[in-house]
Design a binder for this molecule. Structure first.
Ligand code: PHE
Length: 342
């Protein structure tokens, strides 16, 4: 091989060994194979000037060099490109075996779920759901419910007063009055909502809790309707074997008045830790609407009679969900509430 060709080949090999990326490769290609000033092309142009007896060998050697340079450049290009692609793949690598991020679903608060169950049961029995304000006048919270000034229930130690005449309602019975003022019998309503009392918080008390009020007013309504309605409610809420028991009691706005218990859903009356050995659990207060209350809202007690009840929603929720401290229901600690998802 002519010396000139040999030298260029060596130079090319040295240059090639120094190429680390595609940009350097492209520069190298220009240096050797460029149409105008490429070193290999310079040799090709020389072929015609070589003495005729050496021309053939020289031409052949230049051609071989050209082929060698081209194929070397091509091989290195393929290598560098493969390498660049491998690097990109590594950089953009996604581990598809990682567990996915589960979307977190919320759910209703246990008290809300209990309230909705209660509403469903009464709505199925023909009741409508009423609402009333949480801030009330003494008239709706006391006077209209036959709780006169001086009655112990009005004492400031039980009631959270905002002013001398305005307080946070202590009972949902306020909605009885508001409904009867607006609408004439026949009436069948329930009114679930918050009530407030000045209680010191402990596992069974909280200054804010939930009640559901019930009121039926119509012709010929008697105590049997009250007992039958609450018995049916308890049966639908706690199962076909659930029983009720009525104990005489006193509330100024009913006569006669009673407290209603239901047989423990866990031990069915045998006595267990849920009912504290009693076999019965307190559901709430009830009774026949006092004639004075009816007269106060302009309903003639000779023509219409009614019954009312007020049940504790929180206690029902706590018992059904097995919660031993009702304060947990109001703290909104999601670690606690998450246990009651569907
Ligand atoms: N409002 C009474 C209470 O809180 C419950 C009740 C409602 C009693 C309706 C009788 C009739 O405690």
């Amino acid at each position: 091989m002519p010396e000139q060709v040999e030298t260029l080949k060596k130079q090319f090999q040295t240059d090639l060994a120094g190429v680390k990326d595609l940009a350097a490769l492209s520069a190298l290609r220009d240096k050797y194979m460029g149409r105008k000033s490429g070193l290999v092309h310079a040799l090709i142009k020389q072929i015609g000037r070589v003495p005729p007896e050496e021309r053939r060998a020289f031409g052949q050697a230049v051609n071989e060099l050209k082929t060698y340079v081209e194929s070397s450049l091509e091989r290195l290009r393929a290598e560098l490109e493969a390498h660049a692609q491998a690097e990109q793949l590594e950089r953009e690598r996604v581990d598809i075996t990682l567990p996915g991020l589960r979307p977190r679903f919320g759910h209703l608060h246990p008290i809300t779920r209990m309230r909705q169950r209660i509403e469903d049961i009464f709505v199925a029995m023909g009741y409508t759901v009423e609402d009333g304000p949480e801030v009330e006048t003494s008239f709706y919270n006391f006077d209209a419910l036959n709780i006169p000034p001086g009655h112990p229930a009005r004492e400031a130690q039980d009631t959270l007063y905002l002013s001398s005449d305005i307080a946070l309602r202590t009972q949902t019975s306020t909605v009885q009055i508001r409904t009867m003022e607006r609408r004439r019998p026949p009436l069948r309503i329930i009114a679930p909502g918050k009530v407030f009392r000045r209680d010191t918080p402990d596992p069974t008390h909280n200054p804010m809790f939930y009640q559901v009020e019930g009121l039926t007013v119509d012709r010929n309504i008697h105590m049997g309707h009250l007992k039958g309605t609450l018995q049916e409610f308890v049966r639908r809420m706690f199962g076909p074997d659930a029983k009720t028991r009525f104990r005489p009691s006193y509330f100024p706005f009913v006569e006669p008045g009673a407290e209603v218990d239901y047989s423990c859903f866990l031990c069915r009356g045998q006595g267990c830790r849920v009912c504290k050995g009693a076999g019965w659990i307190e559901l709430g207060g009830c009774g026949m609407v006092h004639p004075k209350v009816l007269r106060g809202v302009g309903i003639d007690p000779e023509e219409f009679t009614g019954f009312a009840f007020g049940l504790g929603i929180d206690r029902m929720a706590a018992l059904i969900y097995g919660i031993d401290d009702i304060r947990l229901l109001y703290e909104n600690d999601t670690r606690f509430l998450e246990q009651f998802g569907l």
